[in-house]
Design a protein around this ligand. Structure first.
Ligand code: PEP
Ligand code: MG
Length: 582
């Protein structure tokens, strides 16, 4: 019998295939005492587990093709180094001897001690490294407990074309799994604008989140259909359902081929208004696709993915080289590089949620520009690299999560100081480099006019703007229902920001997920938005809508929308418009 499960759709596309279940954090570790005579055997067992873990990691590293993004290799190298480190390779043996306990327990005690040290660290970049400790410790524990490593953590083709059903996935899991060719994924938890979801869209993997109780209904090797557009997972579909979805897979392919024809067309509304359509990028594989879809530049380059899966942050040279590579791929198109936006859901690589120490309200904590200003040694190399890269192509600097004017002034001052430093060292940069800010905190949207006076451009980050306006954590599936881009408060903040930019004569773009959602394109045009930055997979669809819209006809709709009391009312107005203009 076919079972239908409903989740929240985060990345479109249909996938049909067999399930592979990923369930982490199931490691049950208990203490038991050993006799003195067993000591040597227990130490040997621990040494063997370290050796086998090392073997597993080396095998993965040796199997990944050279084209793999550097972050995956760096992530593996970091874990290999940790296996050599005395804190993990030696200290547990001291504990075994001292307590006469089993190796698993000694390793767990050492892990707890290390995690406590990380949690105490004021440096929030380093404190995120506790997740790496967990990754490595869990790998060793799985060996000690005779459990198999998770499939995507060993080199194999067994998850190729599989549909991953997981409790939760981190951004690094997602990258690794995509590398092994998974067909789709569905998770029980997470939010639609979590970075795992954004990554899924950018990697083009159909994905669903919030599929509660999936593990109760889906087993390994079950045949399932994932419909990324509706958020539905069908378990054990009958023949006719399967052929219906196979047809929709073919239709989808044809639809994307037909959209491809728009690639070289200008982005212009029916009444002749030119719209700037740019791309959001994250991973090296995205660099090339910007030109492939005919984007007019990059409106958001999320650089935090450069920091993922490694022990130390990238230095100035690495930033510089990466930016040069992107500029090279863009061949003259503008590149908007966002300064590091680490924190909240962008800091967990692995089984981090079992550390037992999660700062309350991380989304309201030391994130993005707050973190960078607190840790200038983390920030400066990136800013310097951006300035240096600007000598080689059109680079713009974008500051995330501005809340107050002082933060903006501090950053502008830092950039000025760095320019002087570069002048003294006779290093070239674009003296007219444009500096913009993201409007993603309601305080900044309300005061957008003040920011607009000092900045060269603004970009609306709706993922965070909605999260902070609605007071919901964007990765918490229990409050997902409140995530509403059409809430009148959100629309008013967007309008305030667009109007402020217009008044100050600076461009305002939108780079949050809302910009790439085709059902919102006309509304945004009506609100006065003229620059969009969207993930490449959504770009041509948005272009199609723009080119089919007469913006002058949207005035009445926009007025009605701005006077509506609820998101549902606004949604209805948009649906009516869509049928009228279809
Ligand atoms: C946003 O908040 O809308 C945004 C584009 O930034 P991020 O999703 O990376 O937080
Ligand atoms: Mg944001």
């Amino acid at each position: 019998m076919t079972i239908s499960l409903q989740g929240v759709s985060v990345s479109r596309g249909v996938a049909i295939g067999q399930v592979h279940i990923v369930q982490r954090d199931q490691l049950d570790v208990h203490e038991y005492k050993i006799r003195k005579t067993q000591l040597d055997d227990e130490i040997l067992r621990f040494n063997d587990a370290i050796a086998l873990s090392r073997q597993q990691l080396r095998a993965i590293r040796d199997h990944i093709p050279v084209s793999t993004s550097v972050d995956i290799s760096a992530f593996l190298d970091t874990h290999l180094l940790m296996l050599e480190d005395v804190t993990l390779a030696e200290e547990p043996k001291r504990i075994i001897k001292e307590r006469l306990c089993n190796a698993e327990w000694a390793l767990k005690l050492q892990r707890d001690a290390l995690v406590n040290v990380f949690n105490e660290m004021a440096d929030s970049y380093l404190s995120t490294r506790r997740d790496d400790v967990d990754h490595v410790v869990n790998r060793i524990l799985r060996v000690l407990l005779n459990q198999k490593p998770l499939l995507h953590e060993v080199p194999n083709n067994n998850i190729k074309n599989r549909i991953i059903i997981a409790d939760d996935l981190t951004p690094s899991d997602t990258v690794l799994m995509q590398h092994y060719g998974i067909a789709a994924f569905a998770t029980e938890y997470g939010g639609p604008t979590s970075h795992t979801a954004i990554l899924a869209r950018s990697l083009g993997i159909p994905a669903i989140i919030g599929l509660h109780n999936a593990h109760r209904f889906i087993k390994n090797d079950d045949m399932v259909i994932v419909d990324g557009s509706t958020g539905v997972v069908l378990v054990d579909p009958d023949r006719s359902t399967k052929s219906y979805y196979e047809k929709s897979q073919r239709d989808e392919k044809r639809y994307y081929v037909s959209l491809g024809k728009l690639k070289n067309a200008p982005t212009q509304s029916k009444d002749g208004i030119s719209i700037m359509l740019m791309a959001n990028i994250e991973l090296p594989k995205d660099f090339e696709s910007v030109r492939d879809v005919g984007a007019k530049g990059v409106g958001l380059y999320r650089t935090e993915f450069l920091y993922m899966n490694r022990e130390t942050p990238p230095d100035e040279e690495e930033h510089y080289e990466t930016y040069l590579n992107v500029l090279k791929a863009l061949r003259g198109l503008p590149l908007t590089i966002r300064t590091l936006d680490l924190g909240a859901d962008k800091q967990v690589d692995g089984a981090g949620n079992q550390t037992g120490h999660v700062r309350s309200n991380p989304a309201l904590g030391l994130r993005a520009i707050r973190l960078c200003l607190k840790e200038p040694e983390l920030f400066r190399p990136q800013l310097r690299a951006m300035l240096r890269a600007s000598a080689h192509g059109p680079v713009r600097i974008m500051i995330p999560m501005l809340t107050n004017i002082q933060e903006m002034q501090q950053v502008l001052q830092m950039i000025d100081d760095l320019k002087k430093e570069l002048d003294n060292q006779l290093i070239k940069y674009d003296t007219d480099i444009k500096i913009g800010g993201m409007i993603e905190v309601p305080a900044a949207a309300i005061c957008a006019d003040i920011f607009a006076k000092k900045l060269d451009f603004l970009s609306i980050g709706t993922n965070d703007l909605i999260q902070y306006t609605m007071a919901i954590d964007r990765v918490n599936d229990e409050v997902n229902y409140l995530y509403d881009p059409l809430h009148p408060a959100v629309l008013r903040l967007i309008k305030t920001t667009i109007d402020a930019g217009k008044k100050a004569g600076i461009p305002v773009s939108m780079c949050g997920e809302m910009a790439g959602e085709k059902e919102h394109t006309q509304l945004l045009l009506g609100l006065g938005l003229r620059e969009f930055s969207v993930h490449t997979s959504a770009l041509l669809e948005v272009k199609k809508i723009i080119n089919n819209t007469d913006i002058s006809e949207l005035k009445t709709l926009t007025k009605k929308v701005l006077n509506a009391a609820t998101g549902a009312e606004i949604n209805l107005l948009l649906q009516q418009l869509a049928t009228e203009t279809a």
